[in-house]
Design a protein around this ligand. Structure first.
Ligand code: C2E
Ligand code: MG
Ligand code: MG
Ligand code: MG
Length: 288
């Protein structure tokens, strides 16, 4: 429809698509140098223990402060970064910053660590999984920072691991053997074979937000309850911990706690925010 006769001229019939294409193009050209220009920053969202409400760690979520468009969420630029290959250096930068941040929290925590040092969760893109430097980069960052591997959790989406062969799983196995936790992110959206979980080197399931949303009503739909109950019991029988995403209300938190989920994350506790905020939340929590 947008094509016109002759040469490279296009007649755009859809002005909105046109605007999107321009934005996309603008982002694509600005992206490669955004890392050098220091335009990325990280927000942290607390991970809360459902049993006692204590803050146990945080997920690192990257943002781009674009000079013209303002703050852009990862959904706007991660796909572009994957497409252009920037995701590898960007992902490495996020990992290093986040691990350094975890060490800073630890120093601030001092001796007041009733629940142990705060842990840090970092998202990995499928492109990073196939990049040969992943294991060594991670080892180097942990060594430089002086953080034990078991304070780090790498989140990989279920869809990235569906049908994964041994070559793809090898770096994750190496990391898991070192003590790094691997979490299966957005679990339940990818139609993966549950029996398949056994061969993945994961120790945490992050139940997708759609399950949390189905707990909106109280009491929730009995079928939804059964499904979550089944996933939780399967996970626990495989020695996997269950984290729930997108908890927005106290009723959801309570329902998911009763169903046996271990850890929760969502706006009910806190929106993603600057590192000082996470530290404040953890501190308030530790001192009662
Ligand atoms: P994710 O890893 O599943 O992260 C959770 C997303 O849910 C985040 O969106 C978070 O802000 C949002 N969220 C948290 N609590 C709630 C809630 O209560 N309600 C609702 N509606 N949403 C909530 P965000 O920050 O926009 O990130 C989107 C996705 O971008 C992430 O999904 C992750 O897949 C990806 N991402 C973020 N940072 C990175 C990164 O450094 N590297 C890579 N490769 N991907 C990243
Ligand atoms: Mg995640
Ligand atoms: Mg997730
Ligand atoms: Mg999600």
């Amino acid at each position: 429809r947008a094509k016109s006769a002759g040469g490279n001229r296009f007649e755009l019939a859809d002005p909105e698509a046109d605007a999107r294409a321009i934005t996309r193009h603008g982002l694509t050209t600005a992206l490669p140098t955004a890392l050098e220009r220091g335009e990325f920053f990280i927000e942290y969202q607390p991970l809360v223990h459902l049993g006692d409400g204590s803050v146990r760690g945080a997920e690192a979520l990257v943002r781009w402060l674009h000079p013209q468009h303002g703050v852009l969420g990862p959904d706007r630029f991660i796909p572009l970064a994957e497409h252009t290959g920037l995701i590898v250096p960007l992902g490495r930068w996020v990992l290093e910053q986040s691990v350094r941040q975890a060490r800073e929290w630890r120093e601030l925590q001092g001796g007041a660590e009733a629940v142990g040092p705060l842990r840090i969760n970092v998202n990995l893109s499928p492109c990073q999984l196939t990049h040969p430097g992943l294991v060594q980069d991670t080892v180097d960052i942990l060594e430089r920072t002086g953080i034990e591997p078991d304070a780090l959790c790498l989140e990989v989406t279920e869809s990235a691991l569906i049908g994964a062969d041994d070559d793809l799983l090898k770096p994750l196995r190496r990391l898991a053997e070192m003590g790094v936790d691997i979490a299966l992110d957005d679990f339940g959206t990818g139609y993966s074979n549950l029996a398949n979980l056994r061969r993945l080197p994961v120790s945490i399931l992050k139940l997708d937000r759609s399950f949390t949303q189905s707990m909106q009503q109280f009491p929730a739909d009995p079928v939804d309850l059964k499904i979550v109950e089944g996933i939780v019991s399967l996970a626990h029988s495989l020695d996997l911990a269950v984290t729930v995403e997108g908890v927005e209300t106290g009723a959801q938190a309570e329902q998911l706690r009763i169903l046996g989920c271990d850890t929760a994350q969502g706006w009910y506790y806190a929106r993603p925010g600057p590192p000082e905020r996470l530290h404040e939340l953890a501190l308030v929590d530790a001192t009662g």
